[in-house]
Structures are given as C-alpha cells and as structure tokens.
Design a protein. Structure first.
Length: 483
C-alpha cells in the first residue's frame, strides 16, 4: 500500500511512501512542467518526495503551474506502481494541491472561502468601489496574468528605473509566474489582487479587463494592446453580434489612453473599439526596444542552444475553432529537414489547454516568459497571421508565412485588414514541403528586400529602441503616478 501526504514543512512537497524495494523512478508529469522525486529506501520501505516546484530556462525554481500532473512511478522491476488513495485539497502557501489516485491537481493559492461566486462578489464589494485615497502604484497585467511580459513588462522596467518609489503590482494566475525584480505578485481572485486593482492610480494592461472592473475616480487605464493587427478585431470581426458590440463598447469605455505601435494600428484600433475622443499614443512598442538594444546570447544559453546553431521560431496565432495550437507542421521533421533547432511558441491562449511539443532539436517555448527574448535568439521566424510579424521585422531577419488554412481563416474565422500574400515581407507557403524549400532558398532575402523595406517603413518607424522611455515620460508628465 502506498501512503501519501501533502506537507509544507520545507516548501510544498508531495510525499509518497510504501513497502518493498525502492522504485526505479518517480515523476510528476504535467502539460508544461515535470518534477522528479528524490527517492530513498533500502529494500524494506521506500519514500518518494516531490518538490512542488520546477525551474525552467535557467531560472529559479517556482511553484508548479496550475494543472493536472500524472504521478508516474516505475518499480524496481520496471513495472508501473499502483496508484494511491485520495488526499484532500490542501493549502500549501504557494499553491493548492489535491491528490486523487495517479493525478495531482494543482491550483493557485486562493483561499477556498474566496474561490466561489459568492466569495468573489464579497471581495468585489469590499475593494472595487471603496472610498479613500488611491495608492501611488501601478497595477500591471499581461495576457490575463499568464505571464509578466509584453509592453507592460517593458514599461515596468523603465518605470522602476526612473521612478523607483512607485509601487508595482503584477496580476498573475498563480505563483509559477515570475514578476520583475521589486514588483509584488498578486494572484488573481485573491483579496490582495482585488485591493491592488481597486486602489492603484494607474493600470497598465495589454488585453481586456475582467471581473466587472469599474474604474474609480482618479484611476487611469493605459491599454497597450498586444500587437498591430492583421486579423480583424472587435467590431470588425465577421458577422454582427449585438452582445459582442455591447461588450466591446463597455470595454473601450474603461480605457483612458490607448498605445499603438504605428499610425496604421492606431487607426484600426480607434475604429474597432470605437475609442473616440480619447488619446492614442503612437510611440512604437516598448516590448520591441530590446530588439535593438539586446542580443540573443543569454536566451540561447538558457535554452541550451549553441551559438552557431540555426534557430527557427515557429509562432502561429490561435484559432477560434480549437483550444490548442495548430498542428500544421511537424517540428521534429522541420528541425531535421532544415538542420536547425525549432522553437515552438504557441499563442498565450493555448498556454493553459495545450501541452509542450517535443522531439529531437525541438524546444517548446510557449511558457517562456518573454517573446521578445525569443525573437532575439531566432535566426528566422515562421508564423501565419500573428502580430509577431510586426515585431520581428524590427530585427530585419527573415520571415516565412505558413498558411495552409488561409481561405478558411480569411473567409470564415476572422478576415484580414490587408492582403497578406500581396504585402508579406517573406515567402507565403501552404505546405510543409513548400516551407522547407523556401528555407533552403538562398535568394529569398534579395527577392523580398524591397517589400521588407516598405513593411518596416510602414509598421516600424517608431520602433527605435526608446519607446518605453517615451511612454513612461508621458505617464509621469501627465501625473498618472508621481515619482
């Protein structure tokens, strides 16, 4: 019989123990992380201790991401070891965990008393509209708290440099999300999260605000958004849906200022969100500053990639008709055919429902904290309709567009603002074989040079390495927060 307990004496751990020879191996295997147990025992009994933390990309060990983890134990004879009984939901400080047979379910460290509709409503009443002086603080949220990245991260770093006295809170889905140095993580739905969001003078976000946010008097919301659009947004999406129109209008009213990468994006967003009569800052994207000021050596080292290896970054957008990332390319086969390391970067919406890709010379970087660092590390980008194309072009490196579902996406899912095939600064291909051929073509750069130059002039004229400086200067000059 295997006994199990969840303990937090020396950090959150799962401990299993049993009789007989020590197992050969014991692991927790999740969609985005795995943990090996420390095994002890001399033949009569054994113990397996799993730290409920994991380190990735050369960073520090952090609490496991929310999800379900298979408990896989291999006996000394090579046979699977039987499952264990259930252990109830337990708060372990940094997370919640529940063991049921061979599955460990991990969740964010929110007290169960608040993890319900009534509990959240009570916190909303307590913090969202309470009177009082606002705190000289900024509440940051990127991709609904799934990571600390994008334009909010670049703004955080510049604000910390020039105004270190401003408190900085980061909304996170759980404590597996690393936040910038000096910032305070607040787990979504917790009392601390509701207080920080309801009392900070400035909110910097890159997507919709949720949980019935109501801006308090004196609060300012800077909406940075998360990419220049090729695919149609909000009110411009195919088919008129009255509920969508109401939701879009309600959301846009929550924003005070909108940040755009370029004049083209500003015009699109203004109309798509009916963002009328309020300021739009066309300052370039702060997240792209590093593409001109940094290099990819550190990221390559963290990923275990040699300096001389060719690196292809495959980063498709998400699809409304599926939860997980598209499977239009076999990354292992691509790595072999192109003699390259293939980095697989799913959209943030596929982070939680998806699972890491694997294979020889394949590295899944969907959970990597910052896309900009991956763009620096890559020698070329393979994408489809993702706005990453407008960021990667800052580097001037080659781009390839793999679009097997072009007609379906254009005609049924979202539609486009312009004809990608006519303006793309790189080959537009429809099959894996066409992609491999394009990657092997040494004449591609010369053929697309004029298109690439026109693209950069149109979309990257303000991406000069100083966007974060300009944005933070405007934040301070307009008194959104005080130094």
């Amino acid at each position: 019989m295997i006994r199990a307990r969840l303990i937090a004496d020396d950090g959150a751990v799962l401990e299993l123990s049993g009789t007989g020879p020590r197992p050969a191996d014991a692991q927790l295997i999740g969609p985005r992380a795995r943990v090996a147990a420390k095994l002890t025992g001399r033949g009569a009994t054994w113990r397996a201790v799993f730290p409920l933390r994991a380190a990735r990309w050369g960073g520090e060990a952090r609490p496991l991401p929310t999800g379900a983890y298979e408990v896989r134990i291999t006996g000394a004879d090579g046979a699977p070891v039987e499952a264990v009984d259930a252990v109830p939901l337990t708060m372990l400080g940094t997370l919640r965990a529940e063991l049921d047979g061979d599955v460990l379910r991990v969740g964010p460290p929110v007290d169960p008393a608040y993890d319900s509709g009534d509990g959240q409503a009570a916190l909303e009443r307590r913090y969202a509209t309470r009177p009082g002086v606002l705190e000289n603080a900024v509440f940051f949220e990127s991709f609904y708290g799934r990571n600390a990245s994008c334009n909010p991260l670049a703004i955080d770093r510049e604000l910390a440099r020039v105004a270190p006295g401003v408190a900085r809170y980061w909304s996170v889905v759980d404590l597996s999300v690393a936040v910038p140095e000096g910032a305070i993580p607040v787990v979504e739905g917790s009392p601390q999260w509701w207080r920080a969001r309801g009392s900070s003078r400035l909110l910097v976000v890159n997507d919709w605000l949720r949980r019935r946010f109501e801006r308090r008097r004196g609060q300012v919301v800077l909406q940075t958004w998360h990419g220049t659009p090729l695919k149609r947004l909000a009110l411009h999406r195919p088919g008129f849906d009255p509920r969508r129109a109401v939701a879009v209008a309600r959301e846009a009213r929550r924003w005070n200022v909108l940040l755009a990468q370029n004049a083209y994006g500003a015009g699109i967003m203004k109309k798509a969100y009916a963002f009328l009569g309020r300021p739009i800052w066309v300052e370039g994207y702060p997240r792209n500053d590093v593409l001109l000021t940094g290099d990819g050596a550190a990221t390559r080292a963290a990923l275990g990639i040699g300096a001389d290896e060719r690196v292809l970054l495959y980063a498709p957008t998400w699809r409304e008709d599926r939860e997980q990332m598209v499977d239009f390319v076999d990354p292992g086969a691509l790595a072999a055919a192109a003699d390259a390391v293939v980095l697989v970067r799913g959209h943030s919406r596929t982070l939680i429902p998806g699972r890491d890709a694997s294979g020889p010379r394949v590295i899944d970087v969907t959970a990597f904290p910052d896309t900009a660092r991956l763009l620096l590390a890559a020698d070329a980008l393979i994408t489809d309709y993702s706005s990453v194309m407008f960021d990667f072009s800052v580097t001037g490196k080659p781009m390839y567009f793999l679009v097997p579902d072009l007609e379906h996406y254009r005609g049924e899912l979202r539609g486009f603002y312009f004809d990608l095939s006519a303006h793309a600064p790189g080959p537009v291909v429809h099959t894996g074989d066409e992609l491999v051929a394009a990657l092997a073509d040494d004449g591609t750069a010369a053929r697309f040079a004029s298109r690439y130059a026109a693209w950069r002039e149109r979309f990257n004229s303000r991406d000069d390495g100083h966007a974060a400086e300009r944005v933070v200067a405007r934040i301070l000059d307009q008194g959104f927060v005080e130094r």
